[in-house]
Structures are given as structure tokens and as C-alpha cells.
Ligand binder design. Structure first.
Ligand code: SAH
Length: 340
């Protein structure tokens, strides 16, 4: 079965379809596209959740500032470097420093942390995911050694965005950040949650159209999952099949993108990440955070892998990748480093 997504109507059709044959054709096409650019390789990113302090109050997120039930933590520069060392020993060549929007991590504090990692690991990739900052700040962090930046746009519809975030946050501000990051020279990751409250198929179509315009290097797509202490704590989780279709459509629209099989998908369903690989994903992000803080980085409830040692996470991911006929690849996995 041919998969034609050249018009918005066709895109919308594949966003919505629950027809098993159409879905399988979509996943098959996504696999073929991924295979053309990346073969069967799946790349590893060691994830370091370095702070759960956040000045924002996003209605969906468990580490929003209004949540009094989270014990807050912040890794020290030495602890962050230790996580990188542990990751490097496991063979990871990308470190992802992710956290809430924590004002403590000023440029004056981040720059030495990044230079320290850079000094010890000159050839590793450093990815940041720490929210919205000024263009000057993004440039300073880039100059200090960061190569990539993950900042999901969350939803490309401004009205929908304002139902997921408090008034002080806005879609144009988010987009300004993404544009700045790209211009500075980062490999940039956008992305969105599937099945977030008030989301419609038209919003998801807008997400795809936005991604096509932005041409990001990475796209994080995972289901919305409720977190009990947030305003959306009693909302339903995003649907698995819809999340997989969005990953596959993203692969078809952005053939060379690096697409993670997200932890949220693994939390939603035991084989969620495996299914994502079969729908065109080609990245996994095993956790490198110290065991003692894992549970406190609770963006949503029932998050998996909070009790596993980093080495167990790597072995577990490798097993999952191999079980699906793919090949674990520990190289940096840069966007541009692939054959045409
Ligand atoms: N503060 C940073 C990164 C941390 S949150 C930033 O703003 O980018 C990383 C991602 O987790 C968010 O972009 C969001 O898409 C996702 N997330 C947060 N809460 C979630 C929830 N309840 N369910 C699913 N994903 C969630």
C-alpha cells in the first residue's frame, strides 16, 4: 500500500486512521525511510537530569513550581561531571543535561560546567535541555561547548499552547528560542506531547506543518501522561497508536531527523519504545542520573527506570533494540554525520 502524504488532507487522514492495514503501511514506509538514511542503527544518549527546580508552572508537568510535593534537588558541578564519566565508561558519546528552568544555573555557573565536560571529553556531544533563555545565553553556552539543544515546542497552535501553560508563557517566545538556537549553530530538537488535554487532530497537523517549516535535527514525541499533583492530574494519558503514527509521519516528513523512542512511551506501554523503533524512531535515551534523585525527576506518574543502575539501563536498552532486529550504535550519531 502506497502512503501519500503530500497534502494536508492526506496528513490528517494518517493522523486519524485506526485502520490496521493503513497503519502498518505507514509504519513500513517510516521504517524504509529510516533505513535509507540510518540503516538499522539506534543511537544512545546518556540522560542526566541535573535539576528539578523550575520557575515555570506548566499545567502538565510534575516539576512545575507550584507542586509542593516534590523534593527539589540540584546536582553539583562535580556530580554532573561524575555522571558524564560514568556515561563515557559505558560507551555513550552524547551527554544530555536536562532539567527544569532553574535560575540557579546562570551562564556564569553553566559555562564552567560545560567547559569542564568539554575539557575531559573533547569528542563527546553535549546536549542541553534546560528551557527558554536569551539568545546571548544560548550563544554563551554554545561557545562553552554545548552542541545540541532540545526544546519541545509542545504544541504549534497558540491557543492550545495557552491552555497548557500559564499566561507568562507563549508560543512565540518558544519559537523565538528555537530560531535562535538554530541560527547559533546548535543541532536543535523540537517536539510535542501526543494526547495532551484539549488537543485535536488539527493541532497535530499544525505540529507537523510547523516541523516541516522549522526543519529541526531532532524531534521528541511522546504521549502526555498525567502527574497527580498537577492541574491535569486526572486527565487521560495520550493514546499509544496515535503517538506511533505521529512518530512515523514525522519520519516521513523529516527523513534524516533523529527521533527518540521516549521514556514516556515506555511508561505508557511495556513495549512502547520497541513499537516506536518499528515506527521510525532511531534514538534511545538511557538514564544516567544518580539513583538517589531519579524518582524526584517526576514529570509524570509511574516513570520507568527510576531504580536501575546506569549499566542496567544500557543493557536493558541493548536487549530491547536487538529484540527488534536493530543494531545498538554507540557513536555520536550527529545529524550531519550520515551518508546521503
Ligand atoms: N524544562 C525543559 C526540559 C524538561 S521537561 C524544557 O522546558 O524544555 C522535558 C519534556 O518533558 C517537556 O518538553 C515535555 O514535553 C515533557 N513532559 C513534561 N511533562 C509531561 C507529562 N506530564 N507527560 C508527558 N511528557 C511530559
Amino acid at each position: 500500500m502506497q502512503v501519500d502524504i503530500s497534502t494536508d488532507a492526506q496528513l490528517l487522514h494518517y493522523i486519524i486512521t485506526e485502520d490496521p492495514a493503513e497503519m502498518e503501511a505507514l509504519f513500513q514506509a517510516a521504517r524504509a525511510t529510516r533505513e535509507r538514511y540510518y540503516g538499522r542503527k539506534v543511537y544512545f544518549r546518556g540522560l542526566i537530569e541535573f535539576t528539578n527546580y523550575c520557575k515555570n508552572d506548566c499545567y502538565y508537568c510534575g516539576i512545575r513550581r507550584g507542586n509542593r510535593n516534590v523534593a527539589r534537588y540540584r546536582l553539583t558541578p562535580e556530580e554532573i561531571l561524575d555522571c558524564c564519566r560514568r556515561g563515557a565508561a559505558l560507551g555513550y558519546q552524547t551527554f544530555v543535561l536536562q532539567g527544569g528552568e532553574d535560575p540557579w544555573f546562570t551562564d556564569a555557573r553553566m559555562v564552567p560546567i560545560l567547559s569542564g565536560i568539554r575539557r575531559e571529553f573533547p569528542d563527546h556531544a553535549i546536549t542541553l535541555s534546560m528551557g527558554e533563555r536569551s539568545r546571548e545565553s544560548y550563544a554563551a553556552l554554545f561557545d562553552a561547548g554545548a552542541n545540541r539543544y532540545l526544546l519541545r515546542h509542545e504544541t504549534a497552535d497558540a491557543a492550545h499552547y495557552s491552555r497548557l501553560h500559564p499566561p507568562e508563557m507563549s508560543l512565540p517566545a518558544r519559537m523565538r528560542c528555537l530560531r535562535d538556537l538554530k541560527e547559533i549553530g546548535y543541532q536543535v530538537g523540537a517536539g510535542f506531547m501526543v494526547g495532551s488535554p484539549f488537543q485535536t487532530p488539527a493541532h497535530l497537523l499544525e505540529d507537523l506543518r510547523f516541523l516541516r517549516r522549522l526543519q529541526p535535527h531532532m524531534v521528541g514525541i511522546g504521549p502526555f501522561l498525567p502527574q497527580g499533583d498537577t492541574p491535569f492530574g486526572r486527565e487521560a494519558a495520550g493514546p499509544l497508536a496515535l503517538t506511533l503514527r505521529m512518530i512515523a509521519l514525522c519520519r516521513l516528513l523529516l527523513p534524516k531527523a533523529l527521533l527518540p523512542a521516549t521514556t514516556a512511551l515506555g511508561t505508557l506501554s511495556p513495549l512502547g519504545r520497541e513499537r516506536a523503533l518499528q515506527a521510525g524512531a532511531n534514538v534511545v535515551m538511557p538514564n544516567l542520573s544518580p539513583l538517589g534523585v531519579r524518582a524526584q525527576y517526576a514529570l509524570y506518574d509511574n516513570k520507568i527506570c527510576t531504580g536501575d543502575e546506569a549499566a542496567e539501563c544500557r543493557a536493558c536498552m541493548e536487549r530491547r533494540i536487538l529484540s527488534q532486529g536493530f543494531v545498538p550504535d554507540l557513536s555520536r550519531g550527529d545529524y550531519h554525520g550520515i551518508s546521503e
